[in-house]
Ligand binder design. Structure first.
Ligand SMILES: C[S@@+](CC[C@H](N)C(=O)[O-])C[C@H]1O[C@@H](n2cnc3c(N)ncnc32)[C@H](O)[C@@H]1O
Length: 401
């Protein structure tokens, strides 16, 4: 009897940090489950399903395996990891929004390590605007321990307001739903436009490795691409590769049933639809992050690197509209943070915990167009929320969506 070798996690470019033995063994285990899933499905897996497996396979996926992902020791840095000023500024926006809609609850989706929750709650306590409940729901249950550890610095009476959820709340909340860099982590389909039709991109096993493959797109995906082209008012060029997020609509629809009165605030990197599918963006927006190296080899090191795609904010607005939500605000992160008071907070913050110089550097990373300021956008959706929406008074790009 001969045994077939399992596909390997791939070869790293020269000079990149190699995973230690336990991480390598982990990736090999995930490779085996991927190979089994491919074998069960006639040696085919769509890119969407690959992304789902490598990020969220229970116990094995990038976000589900309990290893360090965020911050300097991980693979990438998010705004709450860059500076406590981000959460401090959002706290003001949260306080104003809760007051405006007489809300009592904040639900944070995808809280990662819990840094944003810590900074928001700390600042809301100082401002005496604490919500009755701060709910946290992450797709990855294994991050809870890390979140609890991060929140352990908060006083007991603040921590008592925090609750972890396994699913969306049973009764709709009055208040705020927050998600920083969560939309970009929803699995996406990859497709290629050809003159003859739409191709779905995916994976096949070729010998001892995984390889990119394609097939004629199923009718649903082909129709979604054609709908996109109708909205753009033009056909994508033959050979044009991009992504779309089929899970977005059902996700927003489910979230909308969880909000009785209040706001949803999404902050993420992305574009309006016409910029997302710009003729020059011929290879889409898919990115991989491994130990602070951004690249596009998405087959590399399954389970050990992040996969992410930019957000089509027009798609989010359309999904919100279909779910009966009001689309209330859209602005670059820099404008949103400025309108929420970041510059005042920077000026009045006592230089105790971080030096003023360090905070100024952090504020630049959050605000400068060349850093996060314009790559990231803030989108506010509402239900029964009274205008104006805090954070969008200076600048509101709604008409661009
Ligand atoms: C890029 S990380 C961002 C973490 C954190 N918000 C931050 O800014 O540092 C994405 C997080 O979203 C979580 N996530 C992905 N899809 C989710 C969903 N549908 N619901 C809740 N959390 C989700 C992931 O498990 C991960 O913790």
């Amino acid at each position: 009897m001969t045994t077939r070798a399992e596909p390997s996690p791939g070869t790293l470019p020269a000079g990149w940090p190699t995973p230690d033995d336990s991480a390598a063994a982990h990736s090999e285990r995930l490779c085996k489950t991927l190979a089994d899933a491919l074998a069960e499905n006639g040696n085919w897996m769509s890119f969407r399903d690959w992304m789902e497996h490598v990020l969220y396979s229970p116990g094995l996926g990038y976000y589900s395996a309990g290893a360090t992902r965020f911050g300097a020791a991980g693979d990438f840095v998010t705004a709450p990891e860059v500076s406590p000023l981000f959460g401090r500024t959002l706290a003001r926006q949260c306080g104003d929004s809760l007051a405006a809609c007489a809300g009592d609850t904040i639900l944070e989706l995808g809280p990662g390590r819990g840094m944003l929750a810590r900074d928001i709650l700390r600042a809301m306590q100082q401002d005496e605007t604490l919500p009755a409940r701060y709910l946290m729901l992450d797709r990855s249950g294994t991050l809870r321990e890390e979140q609890a550890q991060t929140l352990s610095v908060l006083p007991d009476e603040v921590r008592a307001r925090v609750q972890w959820l396994d699913r969306l709340p049973d009764s709709p909340i009055n208040g705020l739903i927050l998600a920083n860099e969560v939309l970009d982590a929803l699995p996406v389909e990859r497709f290629r436009r050809e003159a003859s039709g739409v191709q779905q991109l995916g994976v096949r096993r070729a010998g001892d490795s995984f390889g990119e493959a394609c097939r004629a797109a199923p009718a649903r995906l082909a129709a979604q691409v054609e709908q996109l082209e109708d909205d753009l008012g033009r056909r994508l060029e033959p050979g044009y590769v991009s992504e779309l997020c089929p899970d977005l609509r059902p996700w927003i629809s489910a979230l909308s049933t969880s909000l009785q009165r209040g706001l949803m605030l999404f902050i993420d990197y992305g574009y309006t639809r016409s910029a997302y599918y710009h003729p020059e963006r011929r290879m889409g927006t898919l990115r991989c992050h491994y130990r602070h190296r951004a690249h596009d080899d998405w087959l590399l090191l399954p389970g050990l690197q992040d996969l992410t795609a930019s957000v089509d904010f027009t798609a989010v607005a359309l999904a919100a509209d279909a779910a009966g939500l009001d689309v209330l605000g859209y602005a670059p992160q820099s404008h949103f943070l400025m309108a929420s008071g970041l510059t005042e907070l920077l000026a009045c913050r006592p230089p105790s915990s971080s030096s003023q110089v360090a905070l100024t550097q952090q504020a630049k990373a959050l605000m400068l167009p060349s850093e996060m300021g314009e790559r990231f956008q803030a989108l506010a959706l509402g239900r029964n929320f009274p205008a104006p929406v805090p954070g969008f008074q200076l600048y509101n790009h709604l008409k661009k969506l």
